[in-house]
Design a protein around this ligand. Structure first.
Ligand code: AMP
Ligand code: ZN
Length: 483
């Protein structure tokens, strides 16, 4: 639909808003750094994919043919950024006494379940790192003579062989900012492993032959290889969480420069992609979100506590992707209430057949929506536009439905996909079933109609004992709540 307002996106490389200009006419090719499948994703990780999904949906909305690749890292990601430490996958496999392939399989499925639950669209391709080992070796062989050197522990990339190393991070190369010179013999502190050799006498579960001995690829190499192979250099947009702006993506960029034989980064596409985008973190009040310390905030935990998973998507959309977002249960509850209001308003439209959204009454609000999304994905404003569209009075339900569908295709809240009773807060640990509650509510209603207050009071006490709060006359139509 509205392609008039140009799409502006914030490019981390230039630290500026830029008008999106596709490399290939009418197309948008996007690469998103995916999860390392050694553990369940926490909801902070999922924020990165909700963001990438909103970006993809917006590009589709603007009329571009989207090719989106998300990788699955099943090898190479170390527990430590300084090229020391263990491979996260090997470590978890050893801890669980399972094969890496089983670990990868299990956590990939768990990640995909969260992707589906959050209504994140399927990308064009999920690229699995271990499927691209041959391509990684080819890539490494090509850049090795001019850009790499060998140590006992592996093949390393010399970051001084490319211009503007670290520009994305705004890091100063000489200081190797943010790094520890962990590997002995490295020329520069910021140099990183392209290939890690298996130490003599050791056997890794995942290892491959290479010109530099048996070993495994470096994590940064994977993304360069899969991005270039599947989307072609330069492609349009590369995304990831803000932490990747500091090390992972500068290293990818250095490899891309080496591979493409491009020089300085004053021209953004010399980096391998025209635009680099980063979502900010979801944090807890106590600080950084973690998989090990404190409560492990998985999407499933939210669901077990009784929150509909799309309340979390709503929570993400309520903040701009470049702002830090603090998670709280109160915040999640508020997002759920907002979602519920929308779903209730939408329920009045479900009987209508969508017609065309083109209608003068919706002109301004559709314009506002398109302008917000075009302004670096301003979802907080877009949500208010959707609410304004729902509040437009005296219009044909079919037109309104078409407008809401059009907006929801971008925001992905699946507003027509469920109803308000699906949004009830129902903790898994509840000792009373939904049927029992409904049944007792009917009995209570009957008792009240018959002025049998003894029964109605007894039922109220029974509800209270089981943690059910009856909400008579609640404007949002929550008849009851489990708390
Ligand atoms: P990982 O599996 O650790 O590689 O992380 C997957 C994605 O989640 C990456 O894009 C990270 O940058 C991103 N990420 C990690 N922690 C958070 C967080 N707390 N909030 C938002 N994104 C995050
Ligand atoms: Zn990556």
């Amino acid at each position: 639909m509205t392609t008039d307002t140009p799409l502006k996106l914030f490019n981390s490389l230039t630290r500026q808003l830029e008008v999106f200009q596709p490399v290939h006419d009418g197309e948008a090719r996007v690469y998103t750094c995916g999860p390392t499948v050694y553990n369940y994703p926490h909801i902070g990780n999922m924020r990165a994919y909700v963001f990438a999904d909103v970006l993809g949906r917006t590009l589709s909305f603007k009329g571009y043919k989207l090719t989106h690749v998300i990788n699955i890292t099943d090898v190479g990601h170390l527990t430590d950024d300084a090229d020391e430490g263990e491979d996260k996958m090997e470590k978890m496999a050893a801890e669980k006494a399972q094969s890496i392939w089983d670990i990868a399989q299990h956590y990939t499925q768990a990640y995909w379940a969260d992707v589906k639950a959050l209504n994140i669209r399927q990308p064009f391709k999920w690229s699995v790192a271990t499927d691209y080992i041959d391509e990684m070796l080819e890539f490494a062989k090509q850049i090795a003579p001019k850009h790499c050197y060998e140590l006992d522990s592996g093949l390393y990339f010399d970051v001084l062989t490319v211009a503007d190393y670290g520009r994305l991070a705004r890091a100063v190369t000489e200081d190797g900012e943010g790094r520890i010179e962990a590997v002995e013999g490295k020329r520069n502190a910021a140099d990183f492993a392209i290939w890690r050799k298996t130490p003599p006498g050791e056997k890794r579960q995942m290892e491959w032959d290479s010109p530099w001995g048996k070993g495994a690829p470096g994590w940064h190499l994977e993304c360069s290889v899969m991005g270039g192979k599947l989307l072609g250099f330069p492609f349009d947009i590369h995304t990831g969480g803000i932490d990747h702006r500091e090390i992972h993506h500068p290293n990818e960029i250095a490899q891309n420069q080496a591979f493409c034989c491009t020089n300085g980064l004053d021209v953004a596409e010399n980096s391998g992609a025209r635009i680099w985008m980063h979502n900010n973190f979801l944090v807890e009040r106590s600080g950084k979100m973690s998989k090990s310390a404190g409560e492990f905030l998985r999407l499933q935990l939210l669901i077990d506590k009784g929150y509909h998973q799309l309340a979390y998507r709503m929570m993400c959309l309520q903040a701009h992707y470049r702002s830090e977002l603090e998670f709280s249960w109160e915040g999640l509850g508020a997002a759920l209430t907002r979602l519920k209001r929308m779903v209730m308003a939408v329920q009045a439209l479900t009987d209508a057949d969508a017609t065309s959204p083109e209608h003068p009454k919706f002109g301004p609000v559709r314009e506002k929506f398109a302008a917000a999304m075009s302004d670096d994905l301003n979802t907080p404003i877009a949500l208010t536009a959707l609410e304004e569209a729902l509040a437009v009075k005296k219009v044909d339900a079919g037109v309104k439905r078409a407008v809401i569908e059009e907006m929801d295709a971008v925001l992905g809240l699946n507003l027509f996909g469920f109803n308000r009773t699906d949004l009830r807060i129902r903790p898994k640990a509840a000792t009373i079933s939904e049927e029992e509650i409904e049944d007792a509510l009917i009995r209570r209603k009957q008792a009240r109609a018959e002025k049998d207050f003894a029964t109605s009071d007894a039922l109220r006490d029974e509800f209270a004992a089981k943690g059910v709060e009856v909400m008579d006359g609640d404007p949002l139509g929550w008849e009851w709540k489990l708390g």
